[in-house]
Design a protein around this ligand. Structure first.
Ligand SMILES: NC(=O)c1ccc[n+]([C@@H]2O[C@H](COP(=O)([O-])OP(=O)(O)OC[C@H]3O[C@@H](n4cnc5c(N)ncnc54)[C@H](O)[C@@H]3O)[C@@H](O)[C@H]2O)c1
Length: 383
């Protein structure tokens, strides 16, 4: 038998060590295939995050590059960009200019023209670009994909992402209080659900949106949510409510237990509902409401549980690990990105249409990616 040579570890640097960066860094630290190269964050207090994981802290990409040059070690193979939304593209482009492959947190950027420029730049320089819509890896979504055919032809969907963010969430990171810096529930949270809905049901082509009443008057420049109607290319229609300022467990995190800081509601029903020709599927409970024999309003609709022990089977923080393993495969050329730059931009174009609809009080068609002109200036690179 030929002994297999173990593959060399993939070296990964994490940029931004606020709320989500340390979580990514811990996964990189504990994954057998990866080595945490270091953490980049200009805030001196973020050094503690690096120290906890026994890795280097750098205050800029330049200082990390300098460190590698001084120590005659290769640059990291990949980077996970976990900085404020409006900084993603510039940071990602600088890393790409050093040959470093990219996993960029969602949303890919706060402006789709910047994303287009990053995509083109990465293609020209053979840099792999994966967008961090990690929920596609969540077992609840994997299960949803599997169970969807049971509704027959999907006709309509109903969805909710609603909870209350505490005031310290905004105080800790002022970029979250202004939509110009990528703040707001539309760009931070709705973009997750838009990506999932497009992943499950195909492209959204038209939206209409009404803004929800503001309650945080101290932050006038950021939205708190919206009520939407959606039309998909294949004819499916839907409604969606998103809010980060109401008391509600009807959101992905509460229903899946994915986020350790948001309590898991084991028995939550229906943050998404899919209405089909043969039945209605409720997620995350995986109840199928159907009429196995005589169909029609004279017959009781049966509720069938499609999975047992939801908590044991599906509650897990696996998605970030799965996403990391996938990123490793992408870097090793064993796989194409599961969430591409085009898909990241497609979600952004939907959010743009939502914002335009709010501004004009009219329904809006979602623009075509092909019509988005790249803004190369936004990359901040020398010509
Ligand atoms: N996938 C998810 O579920 C998920 C969850 C939370 C956040 N996010 C995304 O992750 C990103 C970060 O969000 P967050 O909530 O962790 O933000 P945060 O404000 O908590 O942390 C951002 C960190 O980036 C650092 N930073 C700012 N500019 C930098 C620069 N030029 N170089 C290096 N570091 C810099 C800040 O000092 C801060 O420590 C956002 O894009 C957000 O949308 C994704």
């Amino acid at each position: 038998m030929i002994a297999q040579t173990p593959l060399e570890k993939i070296h990964i640097v994490v940029i931004g060590a606020g709320l989500i960066g340390p979580r990514h860094a811990e996964h990189v630290h504990s994954n057998e295939q990866t080595e945490l190269f270091g953490i980049i964050d200009p805030m001196p207090e973020r050094k503690a995050v690096a120290e906890k994981l026994g890795t280097e802290h750098f205050t800029s990409i330049t200082s990390m590059i300098q460190y590698a040059d001084d120590n005659k070690i290769p640059y990291p193979d990949g980077a996970i960009v976990c900085t404020p939304n409006h900084t993603h593209v510039r940071i990602a482009a600088e890393l790409a200019s050093h040959g470093i492959h990219l996993l960029v947190e969602k949303p890919l950027s706060s402006q789709v023209e910047e994303s287009q420029a990053l995509k083109v730049y990465c293609e020209q320089h053979n840099i792999k670009l994966l967008v961090g819509h990690h929920r596609r890896f969540n077992p609840f979504i994997v299960e949803t994909k599997k169970q969807l055919p049971k509704v027959g032809t999907p006709i309509a969907i109903q969805g909710t992402w609603a909870l209350k963010k505490p005031s310290n969430y905004f105080e800790a990171s002022p970029w979250r209080t202004d939509s110009k810096t990528g703040g707001g529930v539309l760009l931070i949270n709705l973009v997750h659900d838009i990506d999932l809905l497009q992943y499950l049901f195909g492209p959204i082509v038209k939206v209409y949106a009404e803004l929800l009443t503001k309650q945080r008057l101290e932050y006038p420049n950021v939205d708190e949510g919206a009520c939407l109607t959606l039309k998909f290319e294949n004819g499916i229609t839907g409604t969606f409510i998103c809010s980060d300022n109401v008391i509600s467990p009807f959101n992905f995190e509460s229903g899946t237990g994915e986020n350790p800081i948001i309590p898991f509601h084991h028995d939550l029903e229906g943050f998404y509902r899919v209405f089909g020709s043969n039945g209605t599927l409720s997620i995350p409970d995986f109840s199928l409401y159907h009429q196995p024999e005589i169909k029609g309003w004279n017959t009781r609709v049966t509720k069938e549980s499609l999975i047992d022990n939801r908590k044991d089977k599906l509650y897990s923080q696996l998605p970030f690990d799965l996403q990391l393993n996938h990123f490793i495969d992408v870097i090793r050329d064993k796989s194409d990105p599961f969430c591409t730059a085009e898909e990241g931009m497609s979600a952004l174009l939907c959010i743009d249409a939502v914002i335009k609809s709010i501004e004009t009080d009219m329904p809006q068609y979602v623009s075509n990616i092909k019509d988005v002109k790249p803004n190369f200036e936004a990359l901040g690179l020398k010509k």
